[in-house]
Structure formats: structure tokens, C-alpha cells
Design a binder for this molecule. Structure first.
Ligand code: GPW
Length: 835
């Protein structure tokens, strides 16, 4: 590789290469310089936001140096790289993470205080990067942190949405969506105006003969939109290794305007063309676990896949290797089916543009991709209508038909007796209109398919992919149980707990090898340790109580049991079960004497989460929670015994405050519906216990921490089908205490009952698909057990500490090492030592 600065001049260059700061004074110098010059502000108008900006820019300078070196090192090393394709990266804030990973937070804190600012105030100025909906997007962000921290040569590829997930406001108890424009000031991205890719849409396919008489397909006509790269540095923890997240923005291909149109007076239509191009990356679709088949969404997917693959192929071609080496140099992981178009796109590049024959190309393609499935919910499985697809991507449709044809021929030869098999496994569903089943395409085009927790990985093999296990054999399918990054979710969110652990374990090694936490079991009976552990939990609850007071105007008692359910609002996640349980508790309190009430364990029920804007049932649940809160929180009979809080606009930075402050968190999905869940891991790692169903990763958490340390309830996944059947066709009587809850609602105790009739009727009249009534009694009984357990404080804290000690398995570092070994076959690349 040629360097642009010739050898004789390199000494001069190196002399002036910035070195970054190491002392508080040096930090202050950089910070003030940025505020005065980069931002053109001064001593007289430097507020907390400007100070945040100066701090961020000072750290950014530092990250960029590591980042450049890392990218150079990766290019020279010429070894296999991982590309993680995800339509969502729920990154949250970057500054705190950057300071901690670089190991300079204390230095900066000292510098800031000398300038008259408090670190907490500065850090909280940053706008969350909220380019995701929920668990799937946050998982991608945790993976980036682990990939960087473990020195894997890896890139993330995503879309640079101008608007991330909407901001949620609660007005009169209803959710209102407000656009999230987050790019006013974003020091963490670098526009690469020189790195662009032209992306084609629409048009038609023509066939020609080449010189040898073979027919070649050419995709012609249509329109071109330009993809522009924006790069975000991803720092690893205690390593110089800094990976790249590349996000694509869409732009009109012919510069800013179509000048011909502009000059001929068609001003408006030339502006419209430009806006249409920019619309592609304008906004994140706000659905979680739901696909709606909109054309713009398909455009987003192709735009991002095509730009990313062009980039990956361009990088590979620089190595001058032969195409058969492609899968030894490149591993591409598909985060759910959203990036499945990358499969026919790579086949198209190899066959139509590089002239490989079909079989050779397909062998390369199917060795390159791995596919992670995150759901078995039918409404979340992506399908695209053939007419829509034909219109937008005519050549890709042909390629998918050919992939399908070859595959079905193979199935036919292998299972000549099973005629139905062909229609069951076909990528094309013979409906009207015909639909393309993206999960099948992803599976057929990948060498490995994984689920995200053991139960889920078993379920995909017996339900949605059952026939494919027969076709490909069981070894194509594997499990990689999800994990979370302990840097953000312990060290950053709960610094005091991280310090306490470090003081016992002799340093912060556990943040790189979370299994070391097991040594904490030696301190379970240590009086001093227990006291500090409790004090930390209490302080975290005081902090959350303060936030609740500011945000909701409600005073809550930090000594009460904090019961938390924060996640996207979804019927399968069953926030309705929780709020019905709260109503049940309220009715019980109302029926008590004042003396009895005094003996209760006071409880604060805390909810948070967004509903997809078009999801009426989920919005109804939010409304009910707020109505219940209004009644309960103002009822003098109840006092501290029960408070009900809905926290507005749950996001990553709020999660960092909420997670360390919970005593009990709820993971209560209908068994078999939550693929994994990851907040369950975050709560346990922070010394909170959980109430949960036998679903997703709850099962493995139970295995790790022990049955005595978790509150499990409810029916099992294997019984769900029969129970649903009995609702529809059997004789079924509603649990009497749930009936009492419904009666209270219909009596208007929480306002106009008609607002909530759909919610209640879904259960009493329409088959109770999520089995709320089947699990209600068991849920309430388990909540009573929790009250009893909390009264025995000694035992309670033993459970909490033991839980933390046994959470080592759930680090995303373990998870990434498993992907690297079982799926990607890549090795870490340690940073080069400075000579
Ligand atoms: F439907 N998940 C999510 F599978 O947050 F695509 N959004 C989604 O759209 C989907 C899945 C999808 C979640 C799962 O619900 C959760 O159980 C899992 O822990 C998480 O993905 C990460 O694997």
C-alpha cells in the first residue's frame, strides 16, 4: 500500500501528529479550544450544551486517532472481516461510553469541575442516537461494543435515518408521537462525501448474447439514487481498537437539483425529485415485531444492502484475490430478515457484473452469509408482494425465482414422495398476490441460521423451519444466546456497583471477562459488602424517585418495592397482565382496614415503553396504565401502599437510570413468544430480581442463577396451543379475581369504560390469544410471594447478590466469541504496538 506522504517528509508529518490529552489541564485546553474556535463561543456564552460539545469534540479527536490506526491495521493485516448488517442500531449516548472505554472519565471530570461544570449535567446534554425500536436494535449496539472490545475486525452497516424512533409524549394519558430530529449537532459522525454508491430502482431487464454466445441479463432504465457514507467510530473498552459503523444517507444522484429541469422552469418538480431521493433514509419505521409491507421500507432495505455490498466487494477487490476466496475474507451476518436482499444482490453482482457462472457464484454467496432469526410471531415474518417487488427490483425477482427453482429441484430429488413439501418450503407463497417469504430466502442463502436463546432456537426448528431441518439437516441450525455489554449496562449505568465489585475482585477485569463475577459469591455473607450493596441499590432508587418527581410530579417512597416493566408495548409482552394485576392489588387494598394496609409492603409499579403509532391495542394499554395511575396515586386510602407510574419516552439513556433502580422487573410474555429478551439480563446484572414466564432467555437465566433466585410463573410453551384451542372451542370460565378487575373497569372506576372494552373483550370474547386469563391467578400468587420474600430482607439481599455473581454468562462478549467461532470463523486482530 502506497502512503501519500513520501518517506523524506514523514518525519515532519509524524512530529505534528496529534497525541491527545492525558491530564485534566490538557483536557481543559482541548475542550476550551473547541468551544472557542470550532463552536465560536466564549467565556460569556458557554452553557452546559456548549461544554458538552467541547468535551465531545475533545474525545472525538482522541477516538479518531485510534480509529485511523485501527482501520490501517485492518487493511494491512488482510484477514477475514465481519460485516454486521442491521437496519437498527440503538446506540444511545456516545460521550460517557467513549470516556469510559478510553479510560479518561476521571480526568475529564476533574477538568470540567475546574471549568465550573458537573460531569452528570454535561453528559445528559447529549441527544440519544435512537436508530432502532427495541431489543433487536439495542442488541446490534451491544454487539458493536463487544466486537470492538474484543479486537475483532468488524464493521456495522446501517441506515442514517434523519429521524430515529419518535419521541413519546403523554398527553391526558394518551401517547402522542413527536419527530426525533437528532442531527442538529452530532459530533460522532463523519460525512464521507467522497464515498458514494449509485443505487438503481425500477426499470426492466434485457437479455443479450455476449461474445461466447452466453446470454447475459442487464438491468436497465429506472432511476438512480445516491448513497453517501457517514462513518461513526466505535471504541473498544481498554483497547486502542476502534471499529467503524457505516451508515448510508440517500441523496439525489445528479447533485442537488436536476439543473435542466431547474433551468427550464420546472423548479418544483426538480426539488420534488430531490426530496423523493432523500425520503429513503428519512425515517425509521417505528414497528417492533411487525412488518407492514410498505414500498418505502423495501426501498430502504435494497438501498442499504446494495450500498453495503458494493462497499464490501470494492474492499475485497483491492486484495486482488480470486472470487473463490471471498467467503474466507468476508463474513456477513444478517440481523433478522431485513437485510436478506443482500443475498440476491451478491448473486447479481457475481453473475451479471463479474461474469461468474451461476453455480460458482451461488457457492460463494451461500458460504458468506449467516442469518439470525429473532422471532416466531407470524405477523413479524417479512413477506413482500411479488408485483411490488417486480416493479421495484425486476432483476432480483428473476434471481430469486432461479434460486427457488434450483432449491425446489433439489428438494424434489431428495423427497420424491412428499409432494406437499414443495409448496411448504417454496420461497414463493402461492397466495393472491404471490408473496416472497424472506425468512426462507435468508435461510436458503446462508450457511448457518441461529436463534437467540435456547428455547427459541429449538422452537424455530419445530415450527417455522421444521421442513428445512429435513432438507438441510440439523447442523445448519444453531443457538447463540443473546448477551449485553457490561460496560454500558453495569460500569456506565451503575458506577457505584461497578466500583464495589472492583474493590472485592481486585480491579475491573470482570468488565472484560464477566465470568469473574462468580467470585462475588464469597461475599454473599460479608456484612460490610451486603451493607454497601444495599446502599447502592437505595441510592439508585432515590435517583429514580427524583426523576419520577420531576417527570410525573408524583412522590414515591424509595424504600418501597420498585416493580418495573420497561420495554416496547406489545400484546405478547403482556403489559395488560401487569396492569390487571395492579388493579387487583388496588381492589385488595381498598377492601382492607387501615391497620392491615400498614402491614403491606409498599410498592411502586413503574411502566415505560412506546407503542407503534398504528397499534391501537398497545395505545389502549398505555391509556389504561395512566388512568389507573391517576386514580390510585390520588387515593388517600392507599397512600404509599401503591403508586403507579408511566415514565414518558423510554429510551436507552432512561434505561440507564431505571435499570439499576429496580427490585423486581417483569418479563412476562406468553410462553414461546419472546425470542430472548435482553433487559431481563440487564436487571439481574444490576442486582434486581425478576418475575417471569418460562420464555426466552428467562430459562437460561434460571439455570444460571438458580430457581430460588427467580420468580417464575405461568403456563409452559408446550401447552400454549392446547390452551388456545380450549378458549375457542372448550367451556371456559374466567378466573374470579380477573372478573373483579374487569368489573371495576366496566363500572368506570378508571374513567369511560368504553375506552377499554377492546382490551377486555379480546380476553373474554375473542379467544384470549395471549392467555392472560390462564396465567392471571399464577401471576398474582407469585406477586404475593414476592411481597413475602421482600419482608425477609436478609434472604432478599442474598438472592440479589447471588444473582449478580451468576450473571457472567450473559455478556455480549461471550455471545460474540460464539458467533466468531461457530458462524464467522474469524480471529481477533490485536492493535499494533507503537514502534
Ligand atoms: F421481529 N426483536 C425486536 F424479530 O426487538 F424482527 N424487534 C423485532 O422487530 C424483532 C425482534 C423481529 C427482539 C425480540 O423480540 C427479543 O425477544 C430479542 O431479545 C431481541 O430481538 C434481540 O434478539
Amino acid at each position: 500500500v502506497e502512503a501519500s506522504i513520501p518517506e523524506p517528509q514523514r518525519a515532519a508529518w509524524k512530529k505534528f501528529t496529534p497525541k491527545g490529552f492525558t491530564t485534566p489541564e490538557e483536557f481543559e485546553k482541548e475542550c476550551v479550544r473547541h468551544i472557542e474556535t470550532t463552536l465560536a463561543r466564549s467565556l460569556y456564552n458557554c452553557d452546559e450544551f456548549a461544554t458538552y460539545a467541547g468535551t465531545a469534540l475533545a474525545f472525538r479527536d482522541r477516538l479518531v486517532l485510534d480509529w485511523n490506526k485501527t482501520q490501517q491495521n485492518q487493511t494491512f493485516a488482510d484477514q477475514k472481516r465481519v460485516y454486521y448488517l442491521s437496519l437498527e442500531f440503538l446506540m444511545g449516548r456516545a460521550l460517557d461510553n467513549a470516556m469510559l472505554n478510553v479510560g479518561m472519565k476521571d480526568v475529564a471530570a476533574k477538568g470540567l469541575s475546574e471549568l465550573g461544570f458537573r460531569m452528570e449535567d454535561i453528559v445528559s446534554q447529549e441527544h440519544d442516537a435512537a436508530l432502532g425500536n427495541g431489543g433487536l436494535g439495542r442488541l446490534a449496539a451491544c454487539f458493536l461494543d463487544s466486537l470492538a472490545s474484543l479486537n475483532y475486525p468488524a464493521w456495522g452497516y446501517g441506515l442514517r435515518y434523519r429521524y430515529g424512533i419518535f419521541k413519546q409524549e403523554i398527553v391526558d394519558g394518551y401517547q402522542v408521537e413527536v419527530p426525533d430530529y437528532w442531527l442538529d449537532f452530532n459530533p460522532w459522525e463523519f460525512a464521507r462525501h467522497d464515498i458514494t454508491v449509485d443505487i438503481q430502482f425500477y426499470g426492466h431487464v434485457s437479455k443479450y448474447q455476449d461474445d461466447n454466445g452466453t446470454s447475459i441479463s442487464v438491468w436497465e432504465g429506472g432511476e438512480i439514487v445516491q448513497a453517501v457514507a457517514y462513518d461513526v467510530p466505535v471504541p473498544g473498552y481498554q483497547t486502542e481498537n476502534t471499529n467503524n459503523l457505516r451508515l448510508w444517507a440517500s441523496k439525489a444522484a445528479s447533485g442537488e437539483f436536476d439543473f435542466q429541469k431547474f433551468n427550464s422552469g420546472e423548479y418544483e418538480s426538480s426539488v420534488a425529485d430531490q426530496q423523493r431521493a432523500e425520503t429513503i433514509s428519512a425515517v425509521l419505521y417505528p414497528n417492533d415485531n411487525l412488518e407492514r409491507g410498505k414500498e418505502l421500507r423495501l426501498k430502504q432495505q435494497y438501498f442499504w444492502c446494495a450500498a453495503s455490498l458494493y462497499d464490501i466487494v470494492r474492499r475485497f477487490k483491492k486484495t486482488k484475490r480470486s472470487w473463490k476466496d471471498f467467503p474466507t475474507q468476508v463474513a456477513i451476518q444478517l440481523n433478522d430478515t431485513h437485510p436478506t436482499l443482500a443475498i440476491p444482490e451478491l448473486q447479481r453482482i457475481l453473475v451479471d457484473q463479474e461474469g461468474l457462472d451461476w453455480e460458482e457464484a451461488w457457492s460463494i454467496v451461500s458460504k458468506t452469509f449467516g442469518y439470525t432469526n429473532h422471532t416466531v410471531l407470524p405477523e413479524a415474518l417479512e413477506k413482500w408482494s411479488v408485483p411490488l417487488f417486480q416493479h421495484l427490483l425486476p432483476r432480483h425477482l428473476q434471481i430469486i425465482y432461479d434460486i427457488n427453482l434450483n432449491f425446489l429441484h433439489y428438494v424434489e430429488r431428495t423427497f420424491p414422495k412428499d409432494r406437499d413439501m414443495l409448496s411448504r418450503v417454496s420461497i414463493i407463497e402461492e397466495s393472491n398476490p404471490k408473496m416472497i417469504r424472506m425468512a426462507f430466502l435468508a435461510l436458503i442463502g446462508s450457511h448457518k441460521v441461529n436463534g437467540v436463546a435456547e428455547l427459541h432456537s429449538d422452537l424455530i426448528k419445530t415450527t417455522i423451519f421444521k421442513d428445512f431441518v429435513k432438507v438441510f439437516g440439523p447442523d445448519k441450525f444453531t443457538n447463540v444466546t443473546n448477551g449485553i455489554t457490561p460496560r454500558r449496562w453495569l460500569h456506565q449505568a451503575n458506577p457505584r456497583l461497578s466500583e464495589l465489585i472492583a474493590s472485592k475482585l481486585g480491579g475491573h477485569e470482570f468488565l472484560k471477562d464477566l465470568t469473574l463475577l462468580h467470585k462475588l459469591e464469597n461475599y454473599v455473607d460479608d456484612k460490610e459488602f451486603r451493607k454497601e450493596f444495599q446502599e447502592i441499590k437505595y441510592a439508585n432508587k432515590v435517583r429514580l424517585a427524583k426523576h419520577i418527581k420531576e417527570a410525573n410530579g408524583v412522590s414515591v417512597n424509595p424504600s418501597a418495592l420498585f416493580d418495573v416493566q420497561v420495554k416496547r408495548i406489545h400484546e405478547y409482552k403482556r403489559q395488560q397482565l401487569n396492569i390487571f394485576g395492579v388493579i387487583h392489588r388496588y381492589l385488595a387494598i381498598k377492601a382492607m382496614s387501615p391497620e392491615e394496609r400498614k402491614k403491606l409492603v409498599p410498592r411502586v409499579s413503574i411502566f415505560g415503553g412506546k407503542a407503534a403509532p398504528g397499534y391501537w391495542m398497545a395505545k389502549t394499554v398505555i391509556h389504561l396504565i395512566n388512568q389507573v395511575g391517576k386514580v390510585v396515586n390520588n387515593d388517600k386510602d392507599v397512600g404509599d401502599a401503591l403508586k403507579v407510574i408511566f415514565l414518558e419516552d423510554y429510551n436507552v439513556s432512561k434505561a440507564e437510570i431505571i435499570t439499576p433502580a429496580s427490585d423486581i422487573s417483569e418479563h412476562i410474555s406468553t410462553a414461546g413468544t419472546e425470542a430472548s429478551g435482553t433487559s431481563n439480563m440487564k436487571f439481574c446484572l444490576n442486582g434486581g430480581l425478576i418475575i417471569g414466564t418460562c420464555d426466552g432467555a428467562n430459562i437460561e437465566i434460571t439455570r444460571e442463577i438458580g430457581e430460588n433466585n427467580i420468580f417464575l410463573f405461568g403456563n409452559l410453551a408446550e401447552d400454549v396451543e392446547d390452551l388456545r384451542h380450549s378458549h375457542l372451542y372448550g367451556t371456559y370460565t374466567l378466573d374470579s379475581s380477573l372478573q373483579a378487575v374487569f368489573d371495576a373497569i366496566s363500572d368506570g372506576m378508571f374513567g369511560d369504560a368504553s375506552h377499554f372494552s377492546a382490551l377486555v373483550n379480546g380476553i373474554v370474547e375473542h379467544g384470549d390469544y395471549y392467555l392472560v386469563s390462564d396465567d392471571f391467578a399464577s401471576y398474582c400468587k407469585t406477586q404475593d410471594l414476592i411481597d413475602e420474600a421482600y419482608k425477609n430482607q436478609e434472604e432478599w439481599w442474598t438472592k440479589c447478590i447471588t444473582t449478580v455473581a451468576r450473571m457472567g454468562f450473559f455478556s455480549s462478549d461471550r455471545c460474540i466469541d460464539e458467533y466468531a467461532e461457530m458462524i464467522w470463523n474469524v480471529e481477533p486482530l490485536p492493535p499494533k504496538q507503537e514502534q
